[in-house]
Write a protein that binds this ligand. Structure first.
Ligand code: PGA
Length: 251
């Protein structure tokens, strides 16, 4: 059975002391609740090793927000999948729309990143989603299908089964505009059908598909109640322990 998951994406926020504090707060808050989902925080590279030392990994998963498309070598400023794994992190967000939009990530580079993440024991949280013009032109189904096919359909069924997907409509990220729960359900069901078309029903049914884009405690419950929405990838609301926990407790 697929898992319910709430994952925080801290983006480029918090200094190391602030990040350690926030991670400790989330970790402590989780002690007091019977979470009905897996909980993960994805944090800046600089924070990974330190945060790994202060959280209970049975309760709280740790991930990076990106990794390089090469394994090692002369790539100044890049951080590889083996480096991320060596910190104790076990997840990595790949293909976030901000990476695609501001850093020119393409399906070709993402393909390599996914392979390297998997080869190093990291679980990719792979993001897909359309921009506003594509949604308005009715092209959102086609856009997410192409994003999945181009970056992921080289994988074996076994490897594909290790992924977590996150549908994040770009128009809903950080804008306060959430997709309605019906809009999320419609496209999540479609994404699952695309997976089924390639890998079969069992793999499709077992893939966790998270929703991301202005998810907050007030709308998480309705979103997570939809049968094909298996949790959330949370940006802004993950930067305060209480709002993040409010989303965790929506399950
Ligand atoms: P948001 O970001 O929750 O701030 O909209 C979500 C994301 O980009 O992962």
């Amino acid at each position: 059975m697929r898992k319910n998951i709430v994952a925080g994406n801290w983006k480029m926020n918090t200094t190391l002391p602030e990040g350690l504090q926030l991670a400790k707060e989330v970790n402590d808050a989780l002690k007091g609740v019977d979470a009905k989902c897996d909980v993960i925080i994805c944090v800046p590279f600089t924070h990974l090793a330190s945060i790994n030392g202060v959280i209970d990994k049975n309760r709280l998963g740790l991930g990076a927000e990106n990794c390089a498309d090469h394994v090692s070598g002369a790539y100044t400023g890049e951080v590889s999948a083996p480096m991320v794994a060596s910190t104790g992190a076990t997840y990595v967000i790949l293909g976030h729309s901000e990476r695609r939009q501001y850093y020119g990530e393409t399906s070709e580079t993402l393909k390599e990143k996914v392979k390297l993440a998997l080869a190093n024991g990291l679980t990719p949280i792979f993001c897909i989603g359309e921009v506003l013009e594509e949604r308005e032109a009715g092209k959102h189904f086609e856009v997410v299908k192409t994003q999945i096919e181009d970056a992921l359909f080289d994988l074996s069924a076994e490897d594909f089964s290790k992924l977590i997907l996150a549908y994040e409509p770009v128009w809903a990220i950080g804008t306060g505009k959430t997709a309605t729960d019906d809009q999320a359900q419609e496209i999540h069901a479609y994404i699952r059908s695309v997976i089924e078309g390639k890998y079969g029903k069992e793999v499709a049914e077992n893939t966790s598909i998270l929703y991301g884009g202005s998810c907050k405690p007030s709308n998480a419950k309705a979103l997570f109640a939809k049968p094909d929405v298996d949790g959330g990838l949370i940006g802004g609301a993950a930067l305060k322990a209480d709002s993040f926990m409010g989303i965790v407790e929506a399950f």
